[in-house]
Design a protein around this ligand. Structure first.
Ligand code: NAD
Length: 452
């Protein structure tokens, strides 16, 4: 089938590539000329495991191409996916300018029936606005062309995006027309071989389902972070608590890890946007406000622990940072807890020596050259002469380091573990002072239970 994808970011590029992989003929359109030129040269603008080789194979097979030519894109696909960004506006609501710009572009150029699919995360009611934008543009042109609008939110996770798209837990399809449900069923059939994962519903429910999923996941994280701060103050171990509650099948083990706060391009903005949607219909979503407030506070927990350990004297200290991306297997730095930590350290006069397997370029793009940030070649280089090590992103290579080497390189054997990936007893045995999230510290730790 002929498919056009508007937006070649994390979602658009993965969607286009996976649909091409199944034999469809896909054109990816983006307004970012630099990005399209990179893609045409076979360079992938983002880091996503498995994506590069799949893009190469499908472009070579002639099933996947990239363009900035909007008219070409509109003419190509029966399916017109909108996968552009929906960043937060000043009031927290989702900024729909890019989505509506694509809708108008489609209206401007379409000559035959199209299925227009909202894949971006968009507030309830957006499909109506997309329909209006297309209709108005068609009317202005004096054209009468049939089209349908579908909500098909995306649930992929950065870092596992290909796997998530190829083997989805569910494919949500919101339509007001059985004909389009069947067209989408045919498009997604190759991803449903094992069992039917397509869940059809009305458009508004589909739009709300995406926000509900992200808000639920963010709530789980903030709940555990809230409990970890309590554990810190009560002298309990949140990891024991996590094991204890996860064993209840009604709770389960997934997504109940305490940490340094959630980041990324989705949870923070989607929780805010849902809160805003609620306010717009006269409802105060108090739980969502609390989820966000707890998360904002959590991003300062590591800094507070560092501050307490060094008795407030962080000026002139060098802190080694392992991890910068908001989670492993991505180079995405949007709303990353590492940013809050680095900015607080700089404010306090400390220097940062950081390593991340993928996000160094992005970090440099954001902060540029500065005296108090050194981006180094590897994890050991970050430790050289540092006063403490902070682990903020749980990349695999950080999980079982050579602790003798870590101790040798650090000025003082102090480790702050923002992801609870090390064993406190082992760290004590190795002679470290070790702080984690919601766990009693070991070694020469400063016990300031309010610092959590
Ligand atoms: N990143 C994720 O993990 C994820 C997961 C699920 C859903 N989503 C949602 O998917 C949407 C896209 O997210 P993303 O992370 O892929 O964004 P992104 O910022 O990585 O990519 C968006 C792309 O759209 C392009 N664009 C903007 N206006 C355009 C236009 N008029 N025509 C063509 N291209 C245009 C931009 O140049 C950019 O390349 C958002 O709504 C997001 O909330 C993201």
């Amino acid at each position: 089938m002929n498919v056009t994808i508007f937006g070649s970011g994390y979602v658009g590029l993965v969607t286009g590539t996976c649909l091409a992989e199944m034999g469809n003929d896909v054109v990816c359109v983006d307004v970012d000329q630099r990005k399209i030129e990179m893609l045409e040269r076979g360079e992938i603008p983002i880091y996503e495991p498995g994506l590069e080789s799949m893009v190469h194979e499908n472009t070579a097979a002639g099933r996947l191409r990239f363009t900035t030519d909007i008219a070409d894109g509109v003419a190509h696909g029966l399916f017109q996916f909108i996968a552009v960004g929906t960043p937060p506006d000043e009031d927290g609501s989702a900024d729909l300018q890019y989505v509506l710009a694509v809708a108008r572009s489609i209206g401007e150029h379409m000559e035959d029936y199209k299925v227009i699919i909202d894949k971006s995360t968009v507030p309830v009611g957006t499909a109506d606005r997309v329909r209006e934008a297309v209709s108005e543009t068609l009317t202005r042109r004096g054209a009468e062309v049939e089209f349908d609008v579908v909500s098909n939110p995306e649930f992929l996770k950065e870092g596992a995006a290909i796997d998530d798209f190829m083997k989805p837990d569910r494919v949500i399809v919101g339509t007001d027309n059985p004909r389009t449900t069947e067209l989408l069923r045919a498009l997604y059939a190759p991803f449903n071989r094992n069992h039917d994962r397509l869940i059809a519903m009305d458009i508004r429910s589909a739009e709300l389902t995406k926000y509900a999923a992200n808000a639920m996941l963010a709530t789980k994280i903030s709940f555990m972070n809230e409990l970890s701060n309590l554990a810190d103050r009560l002298g309990a171990d949140i990891e024991a608590v996590r094991n204890g509650i996860g064993s209840d099948p009604r709770i389960g083990y997934s997504f109940i890890y305490p940490g340094a706060g959630y980041g990324g391009s989705c949870f923070p903005k989607d929780v805010k946007a849902l809160e805003r949607t609620a306010r717009d219909v006269g409802y105060e979503a108090e739980l969502l406000s609390a989820v966000e407030a707890v998360n904002d506070r959590q991003k300062s927990v590591l800094f507070n622990k560092l501050h307490a350990h060094f008795g407030g004297a962080l000026a002139g200290k060098t802190i080694a940072l392992w991890g910068l991306a908001f989670k492993p297997n991505t180079d995405d730095m949007r709303e990353a807890p590492a940013r809050v930590l680095m900015e607080s350290l700089w404010q306090a006069g400390a220097r940062v020596r950081a390593f991340d397997p993928e996000a160094m370029e992005e970090t440099h793009r954001i902060y540029g050259d500065r005296d108090d940030l050194e981006l180094v070649e590897g994890p050991e280089a970050a430790l050289e002469g540092a006063d403490a090590l902070v682990v903020i992103t749980e990349w695999h290579p950080f999980r079982s380091p050579d602790f003798a080497l870590v101790k040798e390189h650090l000025k003082q054997p102090v480790v702050f573990d923002g992801r609870n990936i090390y064993d406190p007893d082992y760290m004590a045995g190795q002679g470290f002072t070790y702080y984690a999230i919601g766990r009693p510290p070991v070694g020469d730790a400063v016990t300031d239970r309010r610092a959590g």
